[in-house]
Write a protein that binds this ligand. Structure first.
Ligand SMILES: [Fe+2]
Length: 233
């Protein structure tokens, strides 16, 4: 079973799914692969963001209704993927994953960003940052990853990077991160159905050859489950 905490399945809000039918296909694929819960994390504070936050809520309610009508069994939650911008102060609670204290935070892939300071500040505000696709930031080395984990952050890696499908990432890099015990969660960061599709099962099947079941469960399910259980406390 999988929980996907990073997806661009919510329709017509960013550079992910552009219509509700595509969103439904993406959800069906994820569910057929064994996904029980999905957090929808549209881009916020970054260029792909097309609409105001209120539209995320509107589309989320419409999508949930359609999923129910289609008889698809899956738990859907709303979150966001927030790009760090030095001049903006996001409403972290509004943008958190499923209303918990966990926030999905991304950084620029080109410009050196103060990852450690931001993680520290967000943590001080009472939130737990999950740093999105850490393997994509060339300026974040293993030492910095350890530092931000010590500060209380969680590290998310994209399944696409592990599978070697992200041209910007050398496949060996995320594999080494996994081996070094630096990764908390693997997510799809899915954007479409024919490319960057929901791919947790592919990644799980690939990693099964290299890692014990215990590790896989943590990366694909248990650590994400902890986030969602925070919702009920
Ligand atoms: Fe993303």
């Amino acid at each position: 079973m999988f929980i996907d905490i990073h997806t661009h399945i919510l329709y017509d809000v960013d550079d992910g799914s552009q219509d509700i039918e595509t969103s439904l296909l993406m959800i069906q694929k994820a569910v057929a692969d064994g996904t029980e819960s999905i957090i929808l994390t549209p881009h916020v504070q970054s260029r792909p963001q097309k609409v105001e936050r209120s539209v995320h809520h509107e589309h989320f309610e419409i999508l949930k209704k359609r999923v129910k009508e289609e008889g698809i069994h899956v738990n859907l939650y709303l979150g966001a993927e927030v790009l760090y911008r030095s001049h903006l102060e996001p409403d972290w609670q509004e943008l958190s994953l499923a209303g918990t204290k966990y926030v999905l935070l991304e950084f620029s892939m080109q410009d050196l960003s103060p990852v450690e300071d931001v993680v520290y500040d967000v943590t001080r505000m009472g939130f737990i940052p999950i740093v999105a696709h850490v393997e994509r930031y060339p300026y974040v080395d293993f030492e910095l990853m350890r530092k931000i984990k010590d500060l209380g952050a969680m590290i998310q890696v994209n399944a696409t990077s592990i599978l070697g499908l992200d041209k910007k990432v050398h496949k060996k890099h995320p594999m080494k991160m996994l081996k070094e015990g630096l990764v908390d969660i693997i997510a799809s960061d899915t954007h479409h159905i024919t490319y960057r599709e929901p791919n947790l099962l592919d990644c799980y099947t690939y990693l099964k050859k290299y890692f014990p079941q215990e590790d896989l469960e943590k990366w694909f399910y248990l650590n994400a489950k902890k986030i969602l259980s925070d919702k009920n406390t």
